[in-house]
Design a protein around this ligand. Sequence first.
Ligand code: CA
Length: 360
Amino acid sequence: MDRRNFLKKAGVGVAASTVFGPVFAQTAPSIRWRLASSFPKSLDTIFGAADVLADRVSQLTDGKFQIRTFPAGEIVPGLQVLDAVQQGTVEIGHTASYYFVGKAQVLAYDAAVPFGLTARQQNAWMYYGGGLELFRPIFADFNVINFPGGNTGAQMGGWFRKEINSTADLKGIKMRIPGPGGVVMSRLGVVPQVLAGGDIYPALERGTIDATEWVGPYDDEKLGFYKIAKYYYYPGFWEPGPQLSFYVNLNEWKKLPKSYQQAFEVAAAEANLTMLAKYDKVNPEALQRLLKNGVRLRKFPNEILKAGQKAAFDWYEEEAAKDATYKKVYTAWRKFRDDEYKAFAVYELGYEQFAFPNVG
Ligand code: CA
């Protein structure tokens, strides 16, 4: 007889919660996992999502399933998180999948590509539009199961020492911009640089670089770029809704009790949601402070947006022609993107264009 039937027959339905508590505590295994983040603690909104996950998993399992979070470099270098999870050095990673395009270019679609999906559209794709189904087998080849793990929302285009009025002004500009954004910008004549967060300010100050992108007002303000590069461009068209991901070692995942897997999935979804919610609270406040500090807000000229969009779409077609997995994901993604754009242009943009202030 299973426990539920036994309880029903014994007439202890009302007392079930008090009965189940101790039973769960007796039978649930104690599990200790380690999470390696690709991010420093100073990126508190992004890094903090790992703590949201860990705290909720602990609460949902009466403290039996404990996850300890480590910032980039403490036990695993930030850009080696995928390898570490694959090999089982740590059970969990928290990262951005476009860091690993050197292994497979298609991984960028688990994070962001230029002129791709907004945060809401990325969630729609991953949870309901076939994105997770497409990526689970791709990550299984790395011995990983992946979960959406946060989003920054549309990023800013970044900080420039001089005004950019045309694509000609981008030629030869040394800009810190890694990943897929760097590829597209290089096709517009920019010389992309890859620098870790702490190295950007001194490089910009010395003039080793002319421009940098980072995240958005809240994180950018903390690094102080406004003190040395007054022009703050938008939109960051290479990251319209970049998603972070939790990676879990597949062998370890399979060993978890089902209830712990459920706790993990719920906690990951909470971290995914609340990271964006927090950014949407702190970014507007930071933007106001930056403007008070004399920052000059500029929109990229349409010429640059158009050239960037063409460069991006040409590049995706080139990659699709080279790699069957990329083509499969890209083809499904492109159809989803086109459908989302058409609908959002009606009900979201139709509202926003009227209701939001015109900042030029
Ligand atoms: Ca960025």
